[in-house]
Design a protein around this ligand. Structure first.
Ligand SMILES: Nc1ncnc2c1ncn2[C@@H]1O[C@H](COP(=O)(O)OP(=O)(O)OP(=O)(O)O)[C@@H](O)[C@H]1O
Length: 315
């Protein structure tokens, strides 16, 4: 996980998906979680993951955080090599959980997830995570400069390479407007940066590492239309030539996805391209109608009909 170990002034541990940040001023022995055995570990027979195209296959995936409350009830779908698979659905439907399972923060209860025909439970965690780049909802930053925060993704990257990925992530011009430019300190956990800036810096980090598979958990917070357009531009650069699995809250960011899965209560209720789902006039079309209506209220410009995709978003 990109965020593990990023805070030079603290310690982190990651057991069963929970993340704990501790100050170095504390006596760690008081924290029992540090002595907790991780529940997700390498099997003795684990091999290194070998990426060919980056085909990700979810096969009847079942999962529950708590046995008494089943969450995912048999999710099957494929993210084809180099293509984009998007998950949408109401809050709590299990979208982020699917990303957590792919990254093996938790192990699935039933079914399988394979990458290029290799079960993710049969490969080493380090090789799995090295081949998947994550843009999380809340990117982790450490209180250093923007340059150092991005270089964290590849320690031997030259400054010029960092500028390049920032240009691709549509954040370079913004950074250069800061008085200290790339040397700007981001504040603890990046508090001095806006949500949109943090997301683009996280995209730049992944671009620097250049993995074949990318996971993008879109931030829920609303951004204005102009920011959305630049974020969209950077996401397109990120997705290009990579298998991309996106959890989307703003449907406008996934209209070009090759397949969109609509989840409800941990089950797939619809799937298809944006155009197919709009024609279907089901849950996705309803959500699209609601979001474009809100955009119209905000901007006073968008067309709210399900049939008309705004030109900027045309498939
Ligand atoms: N670590 C956890 N332990 C127990 N329950 C969890 C955990 N993480 C998530 N859940 C629960 O699982 C359900 C699905 O959560 P998940 O984050 O996957 O939903 P989501 O569709 O991504 O929601 P959102 O759109 O709000 O981000 C929710 O009811 C949530 O409360």
């Amino acid at each position: 996980m990109d965020c593990v170990g990023v805070q030079s002034s603290g310690a982190r541990t990651h057991t069963n998906g929970s993340l704990l940040c501790l100050s170095t001023q504390n006596d760690f022995s008081n924290y029992s979680i540090l002595h907790t055995k991780p529940t997700v570990t390498d099997a003795e027979s684990s091999r290194e993951l070998v990426i060919k195209g980056g085909n990700v296959n979810f096969e009847k995936v079942c999962f529950a955080y708590d046995e008494r409350r089943p969450l995912l009830g048999g999710i099957s779908s494929v993210a084809e090599a180099g293509k984009t698979l998007a998950f949408v659905g109401k809050t709590g439907s299990g979208k982020s959980t699917i990303l957590n399972l792919l990254h093996r923060y938790y192990d699935i209860k039933d079914g399988s997830i394979t990458i290029d025909d290799q079960d993710i439970h049969g490969v080493t965690l380090s090789s799995l995570r090295a081949n998947i780049g994550i843009v999380p909802q809340k990117p982790e930053m450490f209180h250093r400069s923007i340059l150092e925060n991005i270089r964290y993704a590849r320690l031997n990257a030259k400054d010029e390479e960092i500028y390049e990925v920032c240009m691709a992530a549509a954040i370079h011009d913004r950074i250069t407007t800061f008085p200290d430019g790339y040397n700007t300190k981001v504040g603890e956990r990046g508090v001095r940066l806006s949500g949109g800036e943090l997301q683009r810096i996280a995209i730049a980090r992944v671009l620097l590492r250049s993995p074949k598979i990318v996971i993008l958990d879109e931030a829920t917070s609303a951004v204005d239309t102009a920011t959305e357009a630049v974020i969209q531009e950077s996401i397109e650069k990120l997705s290009s030539g990579r298998t991309t699995i996106v959890v989307a809250h703003r449907l406008s960011t996934i209209v070009r996805a090759h397949n969109i899965i609509v989840l409800d209560d941990g089950k797939i209720v619809e799937q298809g391209t944006h155009a197919e789902l709009i024609i279907k006039k089901g849950k996705y079309a309803e959500l699209w109608k609601q979001q474009t209506a809100i955009a119209k209220q905000d901007e006073g410009a968008a067309d709210t009909s399900c049939d008309a995709v705004p030109a900027r978003l045309a498939v």
